[in-house]
Design a protein around this ligand. Structure first.
Ligand SMILES: [Zn+2]
Length: 153
C-alpha cells in the first residue's frame, strides 16, 4: 500500500486530474473519488447511497464504509478508509467477490424494488411464492414490535 493516509477535500465537482493521496468528496453528487491507494493511480469512485458507501465526517477526518475493493483493477487492492487512514484489508478470493456482488445486487433489489422479469412466463397458479420472508424472522419482528422478550429462543 503506497498511501497510508488520505487527505480529504470537499469539492463540488471532480477535478480534471486527481491528486494521489487525496479523497475528493462531493456532497452535491453524493460521491467520493480517489486514486487507488496501492499506487496504481486508477480512479476509484465510491458513490454514497443506502446500499453503497457511507461517509462519516467527524469534523477532522473522514471514514468510508464498507471497505474499498478494487476487484476490477489488476492490483485487486482492498482497504478500509478510517479517519483518513488507509488500512490494508485482506485480499478476497473470486468466490468472495462473487458473493459480495450477489449481496450488493440483492440489497439494491430490496431497496429500490427492482423488478426482474421472469426468464420464461409461467402460469401464475403454479408459481410458488418466494416473496414471504422466513417465518422465524417474521415472528421475531412481531415479537419485537409487541415488546415481547426475544431472548427466550
Ligand atoms: Zn491499485
Amino acid at each position: 500500500m503506497r498511501f497510508n493516509t488520505l487527505e480529504h477535500r470537499f469539492v463540488q465537482h471532480a477535478p480534471e486530474t486527481l491528486d494521489p493521496g487525496v479523497l475528493y468528496v462531493s456532497m452535491e453528487f453524493a460521491t467520493a473519488m480517489h486514486l487507488c491507494c496501492c499506487g496504481c493511480s486508477r480512479e476509484v469512485v465510491t458513490p454514497f447511497s443506502p446500499t453503497d458507501w457511507k461517509l462519516v465526517f467527524d469534523g477532522e477526518s473522514v471514514s468510508l464504509s464498507p471497505s474499498v475493493g478494487n476487484w476490477n483493477f489488476p492490483c485487486r487492492s482492498h482497504y478500509i478508509i478510517r479517519q483518513n487512514r488507509v488500512l490494508e484489508a485482506g485480499s478476497w478470493s473470486d468466490d468472495m467477490v462473487r458473493a459480495e456482488q450477489q449481496r450488493d445486487k440483492a440489497a439494491k433489489a430490496i431497496r429500490y424494488g427492482a423488478v426482474v422479469p421472469p426468464a420464461s412466463p409461467k402460469p401464475i397458479a403454479t408459481t410458488p411464492s418466494t416473496q414471504t420472508p422466513p417465518q422465524g424472522v417474521l415472528t421475531r419482528i412481531r415479537r419485537w414490535w409487541s415488546g415481547e422478550n426475544c431472548d427466550d429462543r
